[in-house]
Design a protein around this ligand. Structure first.
Ligand code: PLP
Length: 438
């Protein structure tokens, strides 16, 4: 006997409400769901599914809006890890943003996309000696150091080379960002940053060490933050520290305020750049600091969708897609809510019923939505999973030997493939079977 259909637990936004809240997404009777001016079903026809589609227009508009809110106040360094595609990095650089990287690979990607080393900040809790040597050789803008131990490593590598590294000390302000536990980074039990109480000694040590020039402080308290209260609390502590360091005669000229601005996935309002700017002014105004921010999600999250096709509908209850947690892991990893919208105009207006939307992977976590009211979908119907531009393709895996999905970029009425579907043979291309196993 088929399992009973689940009852929708909450009032999820309707398909029409989801589309209405997203400026460059529209629904047309013939073309169906359209991103900027390109029908998404046309891209799905060409690329097949699953496939990612990014909107250049949305990314540009969001960067411009953020820069406008921070004009004359702070410089933007885009957090590459949110979406590291070369075309996305080019767009950000063309819009005037620098890059915030967290690994050798991201540093090399940013350079490959044409971002000057002088526009790159390197963050991360466990940079290896090899990564530090590369950052020093490239003479990047700023290295965000996360521990007293890392500070000693940097000095030991840079001093013998006769180099001086501009270092910001990432402090842990011990502030709860009120976000999901897996993306909270600024409380004392998180691995990130130098404990607040130990920061003055670490800063003094940085000023005394050869090969290191402390230029300021950095913080990043978490991701998908929707209220300014945690920012205000963290900034107040950082400002207090700036004053204390200066009172000791230590030079502090920069403050890197981190990223973390949240977006509206369901029907919540996204974070406001103007409110962030207000919090920065309130805490740091008058201190004469060069201010920086390093957002990722806010800039690119709303600019991407994941296209998928319904393989079958099991017992009227489970809508099984050809996309999986291996493509978009956010629902499985963070219990994230993503809007799901049919691509065809007639599907989008069909009567709704509550279903579970799942992928084909052999894990119960491979679930995109539970008890979601969705228009009735038949096998072969296509859907878009919304707001998948950040922490989407970058977090994909090839578990279940599923190749990485292709990516298209839309810009006005033009679109181009910016990553091919990974061929199956590439999945085992670097593997070796030794003779001795027969
Ligand atoms: C991940 C990260 C960011 C970006 O976070 P978002 O929530 O995507 O804005 C910024 N800075 C650091 C140090 C990070 O680790």
């Amino acid at each position: 006997m088929a399992a009973p259909a689940p009852a929708a637990l909450e009032d999820d936004p309707t398909v029409a409400a989801l589309i209405a809240a997203r400026p460059l997404l529209s629904l047309h009777a013939l073309d169906g769901l359209v991103l900027e001016q390109v029908p998404l079903s046309r891209i799905a026809e060409v690329l097949g599914t699953p496939a990612w589609v990014y909107s250049a227009g949305i990314m540009r508009a969001r960067l411009a809006a953020l820069q406008a809110a921070l004009a004359g106040l702070a410089q933007v360094h885009y957090a590459v890890k949110a979406n590291d595609h070369l075309a996305v990095l080019r767009l950000m650089a063309a819009g005037g943003a620098g890059a915030d990287v967290v690994s050798e690979g991201e540093l090399r990607r940013a350079r490959a996309a044409g971002i000057p080393a002088g526009d790159i900040v390197f963050s991360g809790v466990g940079k290896t000696a090899r990564e530090l040597r590369l950052a020093i050789a490239e003479d990047i803008f700023q290295l965000n150091v996360e521990s007293a131990e890392e500070l000693e490593m940097v000095s030991a590598i840079a001093a013998p080379l006769g180099r001086t590294v501009r270092v910001a000390l990432r402090i842990n302000p011990d502030v709860d960002a009120g976000t999901h536990a897996k993306i909270t980074t600024g409380t004392a039990r998180d691995k990130f940053g130098i404990p607040f109480a130990e920061a003055p000694a670490a800063y003094a040590r940085a000023a005394a060490l050869p090969g290191v020039e402390p230029v300021g402080l950095a913080l990043h308290i978490g991701s998908q933050i929707l209220s300014t209260a945690p920012y205000r609390a963290a900034f107040a502590r950082a400002a207090e520290l700036v004053r204390a360091l200066r009172a000791q005669g230590l030079p502090v000229r920069r403050m890197d305020c981190g990223g973390g601005l949240g977006i509206g996935y369901r029907d919540e309002a996204g974070a406001s750049p103007a409110a962030l700017a207000g919090a920065m002014r309130a805490a740091f105004g008058g201190l004469g600091l060069e201010l920086m921010v390093e957002p990722g999600r806010w800039l690119v999250g709303p600019a991407g969708v994941l296209l998928a096709e319904v393989v079958l509908v099991k017992g009227g209850r489970f809508v099984v897609l050809d996309a999986a947690m291996t493509d978009l892991v956010r629902p499985a990893m963070y219990d994230a809510w993503h809007g799901i919208v049919p691509l065809a105009g007639r599907d989008a207006v069909a009567p709704a019923a509550a279903v579970d939307v799942v992928g084909p992977v052999c894990e119960s976590a491979d679930t995109f939505a539970r008890a979601r009211d969705l228009p009735r979908l038949s096998p072969g119907a296509r859907v878009a999973v919304l707001d998948a531009g950040a922490y989407g393709a970058v977090m994909s895996s090839t578990y279940n030997a599923r190749p990485l999905a292709p990516i298209a970029l839309v810009d006005g009425d033009r679109w181009a493939v910016i990553r091919d579907r990974q061929p199956h043979a590439e999945l085992w291309a670097g593997e070796h079977v030794p003779d001795f196993i027969g």
